[in-house]
Design a protein around this ligand. Structure first.
Ligand SMILES: Nc1ncnc2c1ncn2[C@@H]1O[C@H](COP(=O)(O)OP(=O)(O)OP(=O)(O)O)[C@@H](O)[C@H]1O
Ligand SMILES: [Mg+2]
Length: 365
């Protein structure tokens, strides 16, 4: 997978840009607030995924404009293909994110997910270690959705069932007894939820099992063998299965008004030398753990698809000591990687192509 060229129009603070990254390392350098992350976010958006930092699509459009347009030439499936993404403001004729492939009629951007694949690391990803379980679930779900379109379908179906079940539980909340129709409906929801939920949970567990040895090896290398990383999935149900678990929790669920078992309540644990990385890890160790996971995600995707995703790394070197930086730099040169940095010094020693980003303009250095 390779991004050959990206033209940008009215994307955040970038009015117009023509960006040609190299096949290996490309570095976007510039002061704070100049548009480095904005450009990285533009590249990411060609995956069809939601932005890794905007909560609303409209934030992506340059202030005062109605549309933002990205056109990427990507080398994938052994040929050059074009992806054109249009983001329309809510007031425009075509609101939302629409994408067209090789000049075909545009479709919802999410439906082209999986064609152009990328793995992104941005400083907010530290929440993967520091934050709550939601971020860890999102990490697994995002990776699995890119790899398996069927997973995305199942996830959507599951979320719908959880919403329906939650609204029924809210209606029944605190009741001593339920009507026969409420009981029947709850049982039907549990059966549907268990069927979809168990499949999602097992898929996540399998993925994490495959990812773990890669992440452990990465962490061992980045820390020069000083610390040992371990990952463990924490399912919400045991060998009895999810349906039985839901039945056992039924009265507790009616009391609380929420659905208490299923993949939406699951997590995975990250430890360093047997101790929780969230509680005991230093900033640099936590960052190293996230990087190990992200690089493992890329390696795993490359293995499954027989093609490496593009690596996008935002402000990745800060907080790492010299040895850890050196290791990371060697890993960046082997495949297409686009990184941002305020200071170019570190990258002058590499074979990377450097671009200066200033006031939303992008020029080769
Ligand atoms: N929709 C938008 N329209 C116009 N400008 C925007 C829009 N969204 C963000 N910006 C501007 O983009 C700039 C931030 O760009 P970006 O996050 O890419 O900076 P950066 O170069 O990565 O900086 P840092 O080194 O601090 O991370 C801000 O000045 C912000 O005001
Ligand atoms: Mg930035």
């Amino acid at each position: 997978m390779r991004l050959d060229r990206l033209t940008v129009q009215n994307w955040r603070n970038i009015a117009q840009a023509d960006f040609r990254p190299g096949p290996g390392l490309t570095v976007l350098c510039g002061d704070n607030g100049q548009g480095k992350t904005n450009l990285l976010e533009a590249v990411w958006s060609l995956t069809g995924g939601k932005s890794f930092r905007a909560s609303r699509d409209a934030e992506l459009i340059r202030q005062g404009e109605e549309f933002s347009v990205l056109e990427g030439s990507i080398f994938c499936e052994d040929r050059l293909q074009t992806l054109r993404l249009t983001v329309g403001s809510p007031a425009s004729q075509k609101p939302g994110r629409n994408m067209s492939r090789n000049g075909m009629p545009p479709v919802r951007a999410a439906s082209l997910a999986g064609l152009f694949t990328a793995v992104v690391f941005d400083p907010n990803h530290l929440s993967l270690i520091k934050g709550g379980p939601e971020g860890r679930r999102r990490f697994l779900d995002t990776a699995l959705c890119q790899l398996y379109p069927a997973y995305l379908k199942l996830l959507r179906r599951y979320s719908r069932i959880v919403t329906q079940k939650n609204s029924l539980l809210k209606e029944c909340r605190g009741r001593f007894s339920l009507s026969a129709s409420q009981s029947d409906l709850l049982e039907i929801y549990d059966q549907q939820l268990a069927e979809a939920g168990q499949a999602l949970s097992l898929r996540r567990q399998k993925y994490l099992e495959e990812l773990a040895p890669l992440a452990v090896a990465n962490y061992s290398e980045i820390s020069s063998g000083r610390e040992q990383l371990a990952l463990r999935y924490l399912p919400s149900f045991g060998p009895e299965g999810l349906l039985e678990c839901c039945r056992q929790k039924r009265s507790e669920e009616i009391r609380s008004g929420f659905c208490l078992a299923g993949p939406h309540r699951e997590d995975f644990e990250v430890t360093l030398d047997g101790r929780s990385a969230r509680v005991f890890g230093s900033q640099g160790q936590q960052r190293s753990a996230v990087l190990s996971l992200k690089l493992a995600e890329a390696a795993q995707a490359a293995r499954i698809r027989e093609d490496s995703p593009v690596m996008l790394m935002d402000d990745v070197l800060s907080e790492l000591d010299e040895k850890r930086r050196a290791w990371l730099l060697t890993r960046m040169e082997g495949r297409q990687t686009i990184v941002t940095a305020c200071d170019s010094a570190e990258f002058l020693k590499t074979s990377g192509i450097l671009y200066a980003v200033s006031g939303g303009e992008i020029c080769p250095l």
